[in-house]
Design a protein around this ligand. Structure first.
Ligand SMILES: C[S@@+](CC[C@H](N)C(=O)[O-])C[C@H]1O[C@@H](n2cnc3c(N)ncnc32)[C@H](O)[C@@H]1O
Length: 224
């Protein structure tokens, strides 16, 4: 599968990059026109205890999504302890929450902070928020470059929240899913907004080779 970030090492007029860009645009157009078809069923997650009040200024993950993410992260760690990987950490709110829910596990936050939603300002906020959290490791690189670093690591939980188009979510989801331990879980944010139709389509496709664990508006969790 082509890494959308790696393809950028070719010039903009390189035929491989031109063809991939055309494929990426067409894929999102198809995702938008078939948005309803790619919807996964919602699950009943019941009333949840709010573990910690969400810091909504520095994340788009809302309180309900944070609680559902925390609930399933805690559950998977009980039966299948292992590392946690976050693709797209931004200001580190979700990173910290996952590190608090699983204090005995390492959380690898992979984020290059080179644009595409993350800047040096966001990196500074990530560092300020998480400097004192011992079980967080930041890898300043894009998703595809982080794969080799963690290839031998037993991973139980992955949270994908980086670039929200079809080709990026397909690459992030598909390639990290391969590193997930059988029985582990992979979560995706922003799955129900038509602006990010490609995200929904890529998650729907991955769900065909996984089991749907949870779906609340905007968040899907699958198990391997
Ligand atoms: C939507 S934000 C993540 C929000 C975070 N999960 C939270 O709610 O607190 C998107 C982040 O993805 C990062 N990003 C963009 N492309 C990436 C890639 N290829 N690999 C990893 N992170 C990437 C950006 O730098 C940005 O910080």
């Amino acid at each position: 599968m082509i890494d959308p970030f790696a393809i950028k090492r070719h010039s903009k007029v390189d035929p491989r990059r031109v063809a991939f860009t055309a494929f990426a645009r067409l894929s999102d157009r198809v995702a938008t026109s078939r948005f309803d078809r790619y919807a996964l069923p919602l699950t009943d997650e019941g009333a949840l205890n709010q573990v910690v009040e969400s810091e909504i200024d520095d994340t788009d993950v809302n309180q309900r999504q944070m609680d559902v993410l925390s609930k399933h992260l805690a559950a998977v760690q009980q039966r299948l302890p292992g590392a946690i990987v976050e693709i797209g950490a931004y200001r580190g709110v979700t990173t910290r929450r996952m590190a608090e829910v699983a204090p005995d596990q390492q959380v690898y936050a992979i984020d290059p902070y080179i644009g595409y939603g993350g800047s040096d300002v966001d990196l500074a906020k990530f560092q300020a928020r998480n400097a004192s959290v011992a079980n967080i490791t930041h890898l300043r690189k894009p998703s595809g470059a982080g794969l080799a670093d963690l290839a031998g690591t037993p991973i139980s939980f992955i949270f994908i929240d980086a670039v929200h188009d079809y080709v990026n979510v397909r690459f992030d989801g598909g390639s990290w899913f391969k590193l997930l331990r059988p029985g582990g879980m992979i979560a995706f944010h922003d799955v129900d907004d038509i602006v990010f139709a490609g995200t929904r389509r890529a998650v729907w496709e991955l769900a065909r080779q996984a089991t749907l664990v949870a779906h609340v508006p905007g968040l899907v969790l699958l198990s391997k």
